[in-house]
Design a binder for this molecule. Structure first.
Ligand SMILES: C[S@@+](CC[C@H](N)C(=O)[O-])C[C@H]1O[C@@H](n2cnc3c(N)ncnc32)[C@H](O)[C@@H]1O
Length: 331
């Protein structure tokens, strides 16, 4: 391509001039020789030495995998604009039509996000007692164990064996802010410990219960990793434990079935204790059904409840939200 060759000492001044004239070719590295500098130009420029030269292109890193992925044009609008990142693993939700291009999508994600080492597609809904889902490998390492950082804590977990979503990080921080120093807490559905380990920074003691042996295995590792020796991991059905201990605060992060555990939760908190209840609710009535149940169960137990806060946590499905209800139990 055409180039302007100038003495080294005048290079900066001439570069500005070429820019002003609008003839400096963009997207190329300039070339430096011993006494001179060569600028790529789009057309000959009067008053300068013009030579023919080859220039190396500046490779621009695309911002999104969608800029480089190769899928048929008609499917481009279906490409998800975001995906979950857990440690160095990406988990993407693909519509059926894009599944045949999963490999290309995975490779594009790896190319744009250099810290990601493995890409999986969601293979279905979260299901079963352990609340995990099938993951389909798309690209990179076929590894599902990773180390994730959230709210200043480190969480090691296997994304195929233990439930975890990074989308609750803000909600967990909210609960942390409401926690008072010295409290005793029951994390009824602890998973690998994102609530328990965080709250342990303020609490005196956290009982962290889960039914899934993999969750407890990682929770134990995370207790060591984060030096959270005030977290007591308990493997088993929380129904067998709740009601036998008395705590200041209970966390019920099992939105699909939390209502079935309300009685046990209320029997586990001291007079004035607080419960963080999670559920799903439709746009038109986010909280009402849950609040009715909470009041009914309290009445059955001869207790009273005081609602403290309620909020949309995140969208869950079309016109459905994951909601949180905080309430105090008075007995
Ligand atoms: C939605 S996950 C939440 C995990 C964790 N709190 C988090 O935020 O990542 C619910 C967890 O409850 C556990 N679980 C389900 N039924 C249970 C029960 N009856 N007793 C104890 N744990 C249970 C599952 O194994 C799963 O790890």
């Amino acid at each position: 391509m055409l180039a302007v060759k100038v003495p080294k000492e005048e290079a900066e001044m001439i570069r500005r001039k070429l820019l002003e004239l609008g003839v400096l070719a963009k997207g190329y590295y300039i070339k430096r020789e011993e006494d001179s500098v060569l600028f790529p130009v789009t057309e000959p420029v009067d008053g300068f030495e013009i030579v023919e030269e080859e220039f190396k292109r500046i490779e621009r890193r695309p911002n999104s995998y969608r800029d480089i992925v190769e899928v048929p044009k008609e499917f481009k609008p279906l490409l998800p604009s975001s995906f979950d990142i857990i440690g160095d693993i990406a988990i993407v939700e693909l519509p059926e039509e894009l599944m045949p291009y999963g490999g290309a999508i995975g490779e594009a994600i790896l190319k744009v996000h250099r810290h990601i080492k493995a890409v999986f597609a969601k293979g279905g809904k979260v299901s079963g007692q352990y609340r995990v889902r099938e993951l389909i490998p798309l690209a990179g390492e076929k590894r599902t164990e990773t180390l994730h950082r959230e709210n200043g804590i480190r969480l090691k977990l296997d994304v195929a064996r233990v439930y975890y979503t990074p989308r609750l990080a803000t909600e967990r921080m909210r609960v942390f802010e409401k926690t008072r120093p010295g409290e005793v807490i029951l994390d009824m559905f602890a998973g690998a410990g994102p609530y328990s380990i965080l709250l342990a920074r303020k609490a005196k003691l956290v009982f962290a219960v889960d039914l899934n042996p993999w969750a407890i295995r990682y929770l134990e590792e995370n207790i060591c990793l984060n030096k959270a020796s005030n977290v007591i991991p308990i493997l088993g059905d929380v129904r067998k434990i709740a009601g036998r201990i008395r705590v200041d605060r209970a966390i019920m992060n099992l939105p699909k079935f939390a209502d079935r555990f309300l009685k046990k939760a209320m029997l586990s908190v001291k007079h004035g204790g607080i419960i963080h209840y999670y559920g799903f609710g439709p746009e038109g009535g986010l909280y009402s059904e849950h609040e009715v149940k909470i009041k009914a169960i309290a009445r059955e137990l001869g207790l009273a409840v005081e609602f403290l806060d309620r909020r949309k946590v995140r969208p869950y499905a079309p016109r459905q939200f994951n909601v949180a209800i905080d309430f105090r139990v008075l007995g």
